[in-house]
Ligand binder design. Sequence first.
Ligand SMILES: Cc1ncc(COP(=O)(O)O)c(C=O)c1O
Length: 405
Amino acid sequence: MSFDVEAIRAQFPVLAQSVHGKPLVYLDNAATTQKPQAVIDAIVDFYTTCNSNVHRGAHQLSDNATRRYEKARDDVAAFIHAPHREEVIWTSGTTESINLVANGLGQLLKAGDEVLVTQMEHHANLVTWQQACKRSGATLKVCPMTEDGELDLDAFDALLTDNTRMVAFPHVSNALGTINPIKLLSTKAKEKGAWVLVDGAQGIAHGDVDVADIGCDFYAFSGHKIFAPTGVGVLWGKRSVLEDWPVWQTGGEMIHDVDYDTATWGALPNRLEAGTPNIAGVIGLGAAVNWLKSQDMAALQAHEKSLLDYATEKANAFEGMRIIGKAKHKIGVMSFLFDNAHPADIGFILDKQGVAIRTGDNCAQPLMKRLNIPGTARASFSIYNTHQEIDQLFAALKKAKMMLA
Ligand SMILES: Cc1ncc(COP(=O)(O)O)c(C=O)c1O
């Protein structure tokens, strides 16, 4: 298979529009990705032909909906190489996946236990563990990073102790683009007998994720970062860990037997999926992973890498521009500042030229404080972006720099 970026772009209808009279240059993919027609069609087809609740209907529509919904579980399980399909738990996204672990398994934490996170956490993987520690009396520890935005592995080793019960870290930093050595980190944490959770929100769309090979207990991600709709995500967890776990949310779907004064829980995956799920979202996520699998993944990754290399080269030649996050291994995320310009002003001027980027603290306030910056402007690239769009980004930045001088 050869890679044709225009053929990919043609499958994303939203990209063919203008904003403020300029062709849209969408470089906010770390916030959310656009959706290919195949995903849009799967959702429309569900609502058009078989909208119904799953698992409970005594009728054909419900059977059809259930079949599509559970087929998506098979497809996602295969996509992440999950050893068992019932290890794929549907959630509303990465945030809920992490909360599910912190409020479920987190009930087993106690005073004296330690939870280890990193300086580069998104709030979803920091505040959630911070609050779980407050509830249980466990201690939160934070692994530092280098100025370039790489985890300090010696410090990581030193922070792991016999009391470490949970180690939670991002596969990829949303603010810096750093790809962390997740297999190595998992191995080190497992040697101490800790549970390991990988926040895969940014990692899932950029490589071949093999949860069994990583060696973690949990891998959390959101559909919307991987060309699927918002409001659906996954908690993958090892069956042996998920089975033996206090439930967090209760209600329909997750029970086995209920009396007025007691209840028992059903089997996985339902025991962790209380209530009517986001059926159309799940079907959309299934369509998204199947669409991705039908592409030449190696070529997509090479294209994304060449976009990052091209943008980095241009940034290095752009006077006054400072890249935030210079790790050796990065995905297509370029956070930056220039001179004394405020990121919000950069974003505003770029938007007027059709260029969509993210500005602000990237949901990582402690990381911004650690770097002593107010926030960043962030351009993030996806498989449908082009080198020409990066030229447009830099033309717009040149204008912003002139206006803000
Ligand atoms: C690294 C990381 N973790 C967690 C999240 C939270 O994802 P969501 O808002 O989809 O739950 C994000 C979203 O940007 C992220 O980048």
